[in-house]
Design a protein around this ligand. Structure first.
Ligand SMILES: Nc1ncnc2c1ncn2[C@@H]1O[C@H](COP(=O)(O)OP(=O)(O)OP(=O)(O)O)[C@@H](O)[C@H]1O
Length: 577
């Protein structure tokens, strides 16, 4: 069993970080040492170097009796397993690991692309926590890097509307790592999907205000979340919303822009610039997602549930209008040629959402601007008339108490209901076509698995058939090591021109079925065993199909269903019933 030091040690280290900051603020001296932790076995001293730039936290071993001191030294050296230090040293250096056996696992409460999440009891404090177990399948570098990035980012954030990383637990035996979080009973998508739950305007304002406050904090600290969606907005029984899942987050510096991957954000919440392949972007990506969530809460269902990137962009243009000619020229986005529609679309947000409270429309319009620069900032959104017009946001504590309603709870409840109805194991089919329950389809964000997987599969076949040199290049997404925002060169494949017109795709026809897809970073290649399978055509220049090639294919063979494209066209985005 790995690890070592108990909760008190970790807490001490955290405390001392705060305390040393306080010292710097208040004393203005060039160096300081102070004892911060109370109990004798955990006395810790904070030392600050002469410049005040660096804070160092050291356990004051002098206060320990001999054997204790020896134990501490040994544990301190061996606190982290070497395999973990080797792969994520920077991220975990500031943390002291907890022993896995100081937690009692209660239930599995969630499953993500690279993790399982458990409800657990902290046996030292009795507190209920969430343990996010990162799966290091064969030490898959992506899982490790997502985890390392999440830890690094979370240690820079401290806000009531951002989930707090409370500790790390490791076990040398199982080669796994747990992130310890405060336990949150609900998530927004689970709540919204609950039968009978219909949020009032003050409640929606309360949630969105908290979301924007959390985002404002992230952005002010130079962090882009890059996966804002309902299931990543956790809510506790006091009505406090916290932004969670920073596995796709990145640091960015607006005055020193670096290229970043565009393969981020779950499809339904992904802004047009990312769908068009932008590699220079900023806070606008999170604000777009926030706009989708605001409109979703007001409409009572997701507003743009696309199943492929093509369909997603089509839905965006249909609602928000296609960009003006100057935008296409100015943006120089890699996929502009691919997705530029032949006919311009007129913006129709106001008509589509005519039943929304009038004070919400300017904010929806702003956040869903095609041009990211027009989306403003989280601070500006918080100052918008939506929040100053009556009825105002309610107090979080006045929000109703809901039964457990995470996506997983909803899934389990649905399964149970199906079982009760004796339908378990049977597929609900009509004419051989699987009918998706409306609630399944409309109320849950599909975590963007393989974008255009069908196209990909057929392109693969085509490549083999044409003996194209098929040097497999899996879409390793945001391969953090290739994400410029974390100081590495960005995947150059995004810069490759793609030469077929989406407008062609919009008017081709087919009857083939398509699956919801989307291909965000994590889903496209994070977890062992899946990354090699998940690729998208536009990420590999070798696989960029020519216009003639696409035209030459039977529509069904490229997996694009005009059926749904047309359906998408006539589909009303909808307003709250
Ligand atoms: N602190 C928490 N308290 C309660 N439940 C949580 C907590 N953190 C995560 N969960 C649950 O676990 C699920 C998966 O967690 P998370 O999104 O962080 O994992 P992930 O592997 O990054 O997932 P994804 O692939 O969806 O991005 C969440 O949707 C949520 O339901």
């Amino acid at each position: 069993m790995g690890c070592v030091l108990g909760k008190e040690d970790r807490r001490s280290t955290r405390d001392l970080r705060h305390s040393s900051r306080d010292i710097r603020r208040s004393s203005g001296q060039s160096s300081a040492t102070v004892t911060v932790a109370g109990d004798v076995s955990n006395v810790v001293k904070v030392e600050r170097d002469a410049t005040g730039e660096r804070e160092t936290a050291r356990r004051h071993t002098g206060d320990f009796p001999g054997p204790e001191r020896r134990r501490f030294r040994m544990e301190n050296q061996q606190g982290w397993p070497s395999w973990l230090m080797a792969v994520a040293g920077d991220a975990i250096r500031d943390w002291t690991p907890r022993r896995a056996n100081t937690f009692e696992k209660l239930d599995k409460i969630g499953q993500g692309t690279y993790s399982n999440v458990y409800k657990a009891r902290d046996l030292l404090t009795g507190k209920i926590v969430a343990l996010k177990k990162v799966r290091f399948d064969n030490l898959e570098p992506e899982s490790v890097k997502f985890m390392a990035r999440e830890i690094l980012v979370l240690s820079k954030l401290d806000h009531p509307n951002v989930i707090k990383l409370e500790g790390l637990v490791t076990s040398r035996m199982s080669c796994s790592l747990y992130l310890v979080f405060e336990y949150m009973e609900h998530d927004l998508s689970g709540l919204a999907a609950c039968q009978g739950v219909k949020f009032t305007e003050p409640q929606i304002k309360c949630y969105v205000q908290q979301l924007l406050s959390g985002l404002e904090h992230c952005h002010n600290r130079g962090v882009l979340h890059r996966d804002i969606k309902g299931s990543n907005l956790l809510i506790d029984n006091e009505g406090i919303l916290k932004i969670a899942d920073f596995g796709l987050a990145t640091f960015y510096n607006p005055s020193h822009k670096q290229p970043m991957t565009s393969r981020v954000v779950t499809l339904w919440y992904r802004p047009p610039e990312l769908l068009l392949g932008a590699t220079y972007y900023g806070v606008g990506v999170d604000l777009w997602s926030a706009g989708c969530i605001l409109a979703e809460l007001l409409a009572g269902k997701p507003i743009m549930p696309g199943r492929t990137e093509v369909e997603q962009l089509h839905k965006i243009f249909k609602l928000c209008g296609s960009p003006a000619e100057e935008y296409w020229k100015k943006s120089k986005l890699p996929n502009a040629t691919l997705f530029k529609p032949q006919q311009p679309y007129k913006r129709c947000i106001a008509e589509t959402f005519k039943d929304f409270p009038s004070s919400s429309l300017p904010l929806v319009e702003t956040l869903l601007s095609i041009d990211p620069d027009e989306r403003g900032t989280a601070t500006a959104a918080l100052n918008s008339e939506f929040f100053t017009t009556e009825p105002c946001a309610c107090e979080p504590s006045s929000l109703p108490k809901y039964p457990p309603s995470k996506e997983m709870d909803v899934k389990l409840r649905d399964e149970e209901a199906r079982r009760q109805r004796g339908l378990s194991g049977k597929t609900n089919t009509v004419d051989g076509v699987r009918r998706v329950k409306v609630r399944d389809r409309t109320s849950r964000a599909i975590p963007a698995p393989e974008a255009n997987a069908e196209i990909q599969a057929n392109l693969d076949r085509w490549r083999v058939g044409n003996q194209v040199k098929a040097k497999s290049k899996s879409e390793k997404f945001p391969p953090p090591h290739q994400d410029g925002a974390v100081g590495h060169p960005q995947d150059a494949s995004h810069k490759a021109p793609v030469s077929f017109g989406a407008s062609d795709l919009f008017i081709s026809s087919s009857t083939s079925n398509t699956k919801p897809s989307g291909g965000s970073a994590k889903s496209a290649g994070a977890v062992g065993g899946t990354s090699r399978r998940r690729r998208t055509n536009k990420d590999d220049p070798q696989m960029a199909p020519s216009r003639n090639f696409i035209r030459g294919l039977k529509p069904s063979s490229i997996g694009l269903s005009m059926d749904y494209l047309f359906k998408g066209r006539s589909e009303v985005v909808g307003s709250r019933k």
